[in-house]
Design a protein around this ligand. Structure first.
Ligand code: GLA
Length: 742
């Protein structure tokens, strides 16, 4: 099968994956018209019925002799501004004379096997030979001497298409690129629900589903981080679509900064999707000879429901976005000292936790905030990335050696982008902090942000962090980012470049990530931004894991992890057991429930295990053993969502992971509150082999897969039945281990 078919005569481009088709065509005026994106259709030389030409009243036309060629009525691929399409444009260029009209016409195309990485941005790739093909459409504005490249990469077996755009200035004068989205997609109708993932700190990625309506609806960020408030991942689903059937599109931008995901329903009830860098804080001074590359956006479609969409995305990321050396690698069970000690620790205290962790079978010890400079609270030392001698009199290398001698891997916390006013670094380089000269600076968590547009800042951090990695033989880094940027300005950028700063900042972050991960490929990175405030594909490209949320309350985590699972695999979600009462909610949840929530991610601990009772210690031992036994299933199994906690009163959530051969599976049903005399309940499993016999929790009884999926399993509800594995009390979790038997 050819992923990309080009009909030279008609100018029709047909991108085909195993189950989808994406078709566009060069229109009469030279621009690109969108014809179709959805379930696979046959390749034909042309599709006259997909180009609707109806002349509408009071609508500008392209030319006097083409009254029925009206841009406002046509579906387009990458619409320009000011030529009669009054919907939001995909890009806007301001020329030297101040005019904002562009006339990019089709020039040529280029088709290549494979998919190359982008030089300065995280991007998809095909290094395993997955039959990816890349199509570049070259458009030209002859008068302005500008070139626009619209790039499509087709991953046929993943049902994914990746898009981006690149502007090249071949003229002798500078122009301003005021808007440059990564993708535009015009859909022929608006009968869709928008599914967004919004929230706040400690309440990240809650699912919200609302029908489209006329006008513009959007989610986005102006925080110079993808943010906890909104996530770049968005879905559009038919109103009848559920987890297991129906049409759904997924869009995810590979970017960690200001973004905008927008849907505009127009006068004719069509829907225009625009996704890319948020134009509200963007402009690029495109000087002669320079080009501007947008981030890539991942597009995926299925007619088989939202579980299928999430599964194909998870598989795609694993093969074509995650660092290959970690994509399939078992991730270690970690313990993090933050909630156990906060800033109050010394070597002995940490070693006490570490040796207990080793006894329990934990594999990685992560030393969080407070090991550097003179940092005993959050007012000092950010930027001073050298060991605090008071806490480590024999040096951090010595401490690391002791951990390694115990066969524990060693991880460290950094917050590279930040600076404290009370630091050696600030005293040496006050000019490195982001500020507007003469204006006050707004603190966030008592700290300020380094100007990552300055090469010397990145060079300093690269050297300082490298030295620590080398001196400790470091295995893991938690890269945190705990405030958003204010007074966005760089003293080293020209006035006309100041609006480039938000994007240049993120490019700086990527550059440091790129250099560190290239120099130390064995170091496992976990991204963090006050928990899940930068949980995006840009980060995933460098850091296979992310701290999902600072909220480790089991009940709240159910919602956070369930919402996150739509756009991101469980192998990205750091999930730890912490102490009760929970630090964020004050809630007491049973240890077994906290474990059952944390199992469905990258499992770990975040509490003082030296203070646990004998009974709790034995619970922890069992958890570690259980997780190790089923680690691949939890980290890389195919995920099926069963009961959605965001609907039906939000009292129940359940989901399930299934092995590739479908012979092993674990499901969990969580119930928040118990009710008196409740209704009968059954849980319906998914993804099993219909004709295969299985045991559930080592049952004597054997069930056929079709029975477990279609007839389901009875969930005991009554308090007197509490001894049963599936019985329910408040904050209760029932795990079902399903194993094939012959
Ligand atoms: C952030 C992180 C926490 C912890 C602290 C340390 O809040 O999300 O996990 O690392 O910083 O200061």
């Amino acid at each position: 099968m050819m992923a990309i078919t080009v009909e030279e005569k008609t100018g029709v481009f047909h991108l085909q994956t195993d189950n989808t088709s994406y078709v566009f065509q060069v229109m009469e005026n030279g621009e690109l018209g969108q014809l179709y994106y959805g379930k696979k259709i046959h390749v034909r030389p042309q599709y006259p019925d997909l180009t609707i030409r109806e002349q509408r009243n009071i609508t500008p036309a392209w030319k006097l002799d083409k009254p029925d060629f009206q841009l406002d009525v046509l579906k387009q691929e990458y619409a320009s501004f000011g030529k009669g399409d009054f919907r939001y444009p995909a890009y806007k260029l301001v020329l030297k004379d101040g005019s904002r009209i562009s006339e990019f016409g089709y020039d040529r195309y280029e088709k290549r096997k494979g998919k190359q990485r982008l030089p300065a941005l995280p991007s998809t790739f095909d290094e395993i030979g997955d039959d990816a093909e890349t199509l570049t459409i070259f458009m030209e504005d002859k008068m302005a001497k500008l070139e626009l490249k619209i790039v499509y990469s087709v991953f046929p077996h993943q049902d994914v298409i990746v898009r981006s755009a690149c502007f090249v200035n071949s003229s002798e004068t500078a122009v301003h690129l005021a808007t440059a989205y990564s993708v535009q997609l015009d859909l022929p109708d608006d009968r869709y629900d928008l599914l967004q993932f919004s929230g706040s700190w400690a309440r990240e990625r809650h699912l919200l589903r609302t029908p489209l309506r006329p006008g513009v609806q959007s989610v986005g960020s102006l925080r110079t981080a993808s943010s906890a408030q909104h996530n770049p991942f968005m879905m559009l689903a038919r109103p009848e679509t559920n987890e297991d059937s129906g049409e759904v599109f997924g869009f995810n931008l590979i970017y960690s900064g200001n973004f905008l995901d927008q849907v505009e329903v127009d006068q004719f009830s069509t829907a225009r999707i625009l996704i890319g860098i948020n134009p509200a804080e963007f402009s690029w001074n495109l000087t002669p000879g320079q080009s501007f590359q947008t981030p890539e956006c991942v597009l995926s479609y299925t007619a088989e429901g939202m579980n299928r969409l999430s599964q194909q995305l998870a598989r795609f990321y694993r093969r074509h976005l995650l660092p290959a050396r970690f994509a399939e690698k078992n991730r270690p069970i970690l313990i993090n000292n933050w909630e156990a000690t906060y800033f109050d620790f010394n070597e002995d205290k940490l070693l006490g936790i570490a040796s207990k962790a080793k006894d329990l079978g934990i594999e990685l010890f992560v030393l969080d905030d407070g090991w550097f400079g003179k940092r005993n609270d959050d007012t000092t030392s950010l930027g001073d990335w050298f060991t605090d001698d008071a806490k480590f009199p024999l040096g951090l290398g010595h401490f690391a050696k002791q951990l390694h001698a115990m066969q524990l891997a060693f991880g460290l916390w950094f917050e590279p982008e930040m600076i404290s006013l009370d630091s050696k670094l600030y005293r040496q380089h006050p000019e490195w902090v982001i500020h507007v000269p003469g204006r006050s600076m707004s603190p966030g968590r008592n700290q300020f942000v380094l100007d990552f547009t300055r090469q010397e800042v990145i060079d300093y951090l690269f050297a300082a962090i490298s030295k620590i990695i080398e001196g400790t033989q470091l295995d893991y880094i938690k890269w945190d980012m705990n405030r958003h940027i204010t007074e966005m300005f760089s003293t080293q950028l020209a006035a006309e470049q100041q609006l480039e700063m938000p994007h240049r900042y993120i490019l700086g972050v990527y550059q440091l990530y790129e250099r560190l991960t290239s120099k130390f490929p064995h170091v496992l990175f976990e991204s963090c931004a006050s928990g899940g405030g930068r949980f995006d594909l840009g980060m995933m490209y460098y850091a296979p894991q992310a701290w999902t949320s600072d909220d480790t309350d089991a009940v709240e985590r159910m919602f956070i992890q369930f919402g996150t699972s739509y756009g991101y695999p469980q192998s990205m979600m750091g999930a730890h057991i912490s102490d009760v009462p929970n630090g964020q909610t004050g809630r007491m949840t049973p240890m077994a429930t906290r474990a059952a929530v944390a199992f469905f991610g990258i499992f770990g601990y975040e509490l003082d295990i030296t203070k646990l009772s004998i009974q709790e210690i034995s619970q922890l031992q069992d958890q570690v053993k259980f997780y190790k036994k089923y680690r691949r299933l939890f980290q890389f199994g195919t995920l099926y969502r069963i009961d959605n906690p965001f609907v039906n009163g939000g009292n129940v959530m359940s989901w399930q992971v299934v092995s590739d051969d479908r012979r092993q599976s674990i499901a969990c049903r969580y119930q928040i509150l118990n009710h008196a005399n409740p209704a009968y309940k059954r849980i319906y499993f998914k993804g099993l082999l219909p004709d295969q016999k299985y045991t559930v929790n080592n049952s004597v009884e054997r069930f056929y897969g079709d029975e477990l999926m279609n007839a389901g399993l009875f969930v005991r509800q009554l308090i007197d039945a509490c001894k049963c594995a599936s019985a329910s009390v408040d904050f209760h979790a029932a795990l079902f281990v399903i194993e094939a038997v012959d």
